[in-house]
Design a binder for this molecule. Structure first.
Ligand code: UTP
Length: 472
């Protein structure tokens, strides 16, 4: 894009101010600014300014919100056979190369405040392995266990792509074949002032941020990743987020249930810790399976009880899904592409004043728009929701301290490793409070779950209180 084209385009869309500092910029900065402008979908921005920026009414709630059927974590007698068949089917699909792992890692990780891609955060309790390393080790073990390398698609964004790719190269992809690790970038969206003007972060930079994990669907299509999957014979994507070190990245039971029930998008849920827990809620919304955010679910429903005293809406979303490739193709086919809804958030976005000097707002000054992956669920045929156990599979690193922080993730990794070791016959010292008194870490390269560990543990370690031990 050259200056004239940019000027014309911006004027048409009421965003001419993005070039206000042009006369002061050197060549490199001018090029950077034009590159930022070229990334903006201005017709889309016009639409969203009218619908989401200038107006701020909350999205209308569905008229009917009802509980949805959730498959149990452990099958009752009637379902044992179905679960056994599902597990076999899932394993078969992995063995046949029909399953890929899909990790979204394009977020900015603002709450954690770590300087770098979140995947490079050192999280494991003894070795200090990073999130990326843990996932790579787990996928290497999964490939070995099922006799077939599992392709791994990693979504990054402009905010962290180069650092991520460099990190994997520097670590030789942690032993995975380079050909099986594919990176692609998601789209970016500008931030808006409440009057609809796009925010400049610097005189030569637009305030752009990733378009949300829901942007992964169009990014899969636009980047060619979907074509790559089709060429490789990948039919099913096992979706997870970079911040959850406990995730079972490739779960044959979950994949098998997805296939067996003809689901296009499946999700894992956990029993909520309390009525108002800050997780999305699985519901049937106007007849369709959907996730309603904790902030949108009316408190009376969040607190509602069944006749037996159980919580009426008890299934919290973990952001773990299985998606069929054909479903994503259907949603992203040019001409008939389905747009996921946009969510509006008021944020503090660093900007500049009329003289180009930096301004750090102390309260929200701008609006960011994002798409969420779970909004694809109501568009899917036969969506399936499966309960899993929180302590086995969910402990995200979101905040620097407190809940969902590195400290809670490390604690939960130690607790899980201790349980797996005990199931394998190892005596784990425990304190009076029942917590493990030794720091134990099971390398995902050795074992992916308790059964895997029991089968592969060569020697039972002697653990003493205060020990810090890696089982690998
Ligand atoms: P979060 O919603 O927790 O956002 O992302 P975040 O950007 O990581 O962190 P905060 O909110 O700035 O503190 C959940 C998952 O979705 C990915 C993240 O990388 C993480 O794996 N994500 C989020 C994307 O890939 N792209 C996005 O645009 C947003």
């Amino acid at each position: 894009m050259d200056l004239d084209a940019a000027r014309r385009l911006l004027a048409t869309h009421g965003q001419a101010h993005l070039l206000d500092f042009w006369p002061r910029l050197d060549e490199a900065r001018r090029a950077a600014l034009l590159a930022d402008i070229a990334q903006i979908d201005l017709p889309l921005c016009d639409r969203l300014v009218a619908s989401h920026v200038r107006r701020s009414e909350p999205a209308a709630l569905p008229a009917r919100i009802e509980p949805v059927e959730i498959w149990p974590a452990t099958p009752d007698a009637a379902r044992q056979d179905v679960y056994r068949r599902a597990r076999e089917l899932g394993e078969e699909a992995v063995r046949a190369g029909r399953v890929a792992a899909f990790m979204v890692a394009g977020g900015q990780g603002t709450r954690l405040g770590f300087d770098g891609p979140k995947g490079m955060f050192s999280v494991s309790p003894v070795r200090g392995a990073t999130l990326f390393q843990l996932f790579a080790e787990g996928l290497a073990r999964a490939g070995e266990r099922w006799g077939r390398p599992i392709p791994w698609y990693i979504m990054t964004s402009d905010a962290n792509h180069d650092d991520t790719v460099r990190y994997f190269s520097a670590n030789r992809h942690f032993g995975l074949s380079e050909d099986d690790v594919r990176f692609f970038q998601q789209g970016m969206m500008p931030a808006f002032f409440p009057d609809g003007r796009i925010v400049l972060a610097e005189p030569h930079r637009v305030a752009l941020s990733p378009d949300g994990h829901g942007g992964s669907l169009r990014a899969l299509a636009a980047s060619g990743a979907l074509d790559d999957m089709r060429r490789r014979g990948v039919e099913v994507l096992s979706y997870f987020q970079v911040d959850n070190p406990l995730v079972q990245m490739v779960d044959p039971l979950f994949i098998g249930l997805h296939l067996l029930t003809g689901s296009e998008m499946s999700s894992k849920a956990v029993t909520k810790a309390h009525d108002l827990e800050r997780v999305g809620n699985f519901c049937r919304a106007d007849g369709k399976v959907a996730v309603i955010e904790y902030s949108d679910l009316p408190e009376s429903l969040a607190r509602a009880r069944n006749a037996d005293g159980g919580r009426r809406f008890d299934a919290g979303s973990l952001a773990i899904h299985v998606l069929s490739r054909e479903f994503i193709e259907r949603l992203t086919t040019p001409g008939s592409a389905v747009e996921l809804p946009w969510h509006r958030a008021e944020k503090k976005v660093p900007t500049i004043d009329a003289d180009g000097r930096p301004v750090s707002p102390d309260r929200p000054n701008a609006i960011k728009l994002e798409m969420f992956i779970f909004d694809a669920i109501p568009l899917a045929r036969n969506p399936l929701v499966l309960y899993t156990r929180r302590e086995e599979e969910f402990s995200p690193v979101k905040n620097a301290e407190g809940d969902d922080s590195p400290a809670t993730a490390r604690r939960d990794m130690i607790r899980r490793a201790a349980r797996w070791l005990e199931a394998a016959g190892v005596a784990v010292p425990r304190g009076a409070d029942g917590e493990p008194a030794a720091k134990v870490e099971v390398s995902p390269r050795l074992a992916l779950d308790a059964d895997d560990l029991r089968a592969r543990l060569r020697k039972r370690p002697e653990l003493r209180p205060g020990d810090a031990v890696v089982i690998e």
